[in-house]
Design a protein around this ligand. Structure first.
Ligand SMILES: *Cc1c(COP(=O)(O)O)cnc(C)c1O
Length: 241
């Protein structure tokens, strides 16, 4: 893991710069800046860096790797006395990891098949106390149609959404995508537009959804222009991995 020498001033500066980018992008397309949430992607960075960000008021964090995340979540919970931190799992979900994910995360953005959804719901039910809320989930959609990528094919999204929405301990919130990287903003927008259309089709089908998880350090402006409600930002907040 990267070291923890960055001080809080630097975290504050990076956070303010990203918040400014979000606000400017919203302004440019006539959206309320409050309609876009920032998820700080802290993978490969240690608990000290997470807590520096948290001290600046950023409370939602995204993680990709289960064992790294569990150690970090535990360490943060020991050392943090502020408002509750929210943890989002955004990496590929292996079926043998559904139990710890269901037990330690508030959200999973990367559900791409029925089996994973069922296992997450079952595990959440087993671990549940009276206060346990359903796990918030998004379907990860392969909008770039890359054969090696994770994510559900667009054509299979409606059936998967119907299945996930019926599982008792999941709450289907919307869709997530990681398009093939490109510097061309109109190409970025075209991918994000596909995800938005996919979500609009689900809403017409009767699903009540409020989340489009799209946009990262390099393309958050394009994502916001196409309706992102959560942008997942790592590099621009924490630096190079
Ligand atoms: C790493 C990662 C991010 C953050 O990417 P940056 O380019 O560092 O902002 C966002 N989403 C997912 C799914 C990731 O794996």
């Amino acid at each position: 893991m990267n070291g923890g020498s960055t001080n809080e001033t630097e975290s504050h500066r990076a956070l303010s710069a990203v918040e400014r980018r979000i606000a400017d992008a919203c302004l440019a397309c006539g959206r309320d800046p409050g309609s876009v949430r920032l998820l700080a992607v802290s993978k490969t960075f240690g608990a000290e860096r997470v807590l520096e960000m948290a001290a600046c008021g950023q409370l939602a964090f995204g993680e990709n790797y289960v064992s790294e995340a569990l150690a970090k979540i535990e360490s943060c919970s020991k050392d943090w006395t502020g408002p509750r931190l929210e943890w989002h799992f955004i990496g590929p979900v292996q079926s043998n990891k559904t139990r710890p994910i269901a037990g330690h995360f508030d959200w999973v953005h990367s559900v791409d098949r029925e089996k994973i959804g069922r296992r997450l719901s079952d595990a959440r039910a087993e671990l549940a106390t009276s206060e346990t809320a359903p796990l918030n989930v998004c379907i990860e959609v392969n909008v770039s149609d890359e054969p090696t990528k994770h994510g559900c094919a667009i054509s299979e999204v409606p059936a998967l959404a119907d299945t996930l929405a019926a599982l008792p301990m999941l709450r289907l919130r919307g869709l997530m995508a990681i398009p093939a990287p490109t510097e061309d903003m109109s190409a970025q927008r075209a991918s994000f537009e596909k995800l938005r259309h996919c979500q609009e089709a689900l809403v017409e089908r009767g699903h009540s959804l409020d989340t489009l998880s799209m946009g990262m350090s390099a393309d958050l402006e394009a994502a916001i222009a196409e309706g992102a409600t959560i942008v997942r930002v790592g590099t621009a907040l924490f630096g190079k991995r």
